[in-house]
Design a protein. Sequence first.
Length: 130
Amino acid sequence: MALTLEEVRHIAQLARLSLSPEEEARFQVQLSAILDYAARLRSVDTSAIPPTASVLPLDAPLRPDEPRPTEVGARLRSVDTSAIPPTASVLPLDAPLRPDEPRPTEVGARLLGRAPEAAEGMFRIPPVFP
């Protein structure tokens, strides 16, 4: 299925891409080849093939997961940590942190201002499934 340059431009617009004429021509060939391949796959008769969730058989012989020693692990185990007190945080316990409080921000408004459509503080997009 050969795409027209107009269709390539439309796809680029949907993806918010700015393409040069050379890129449009290159993508026209590449996207057309992808669609041709998908059409070839669609024509393959798969009626005798059961649906699968995995390419491996359910009784595939896999090795059991077992920890194996590594050089890095051996070096880490050799470090003397007895002088280091256990901690739950890398910050000191009395670290002066500000309380978490929601605050208005201009970032969201600027992002929504760049959107093609916005409604009620959210991006509005066309329906994916009609």
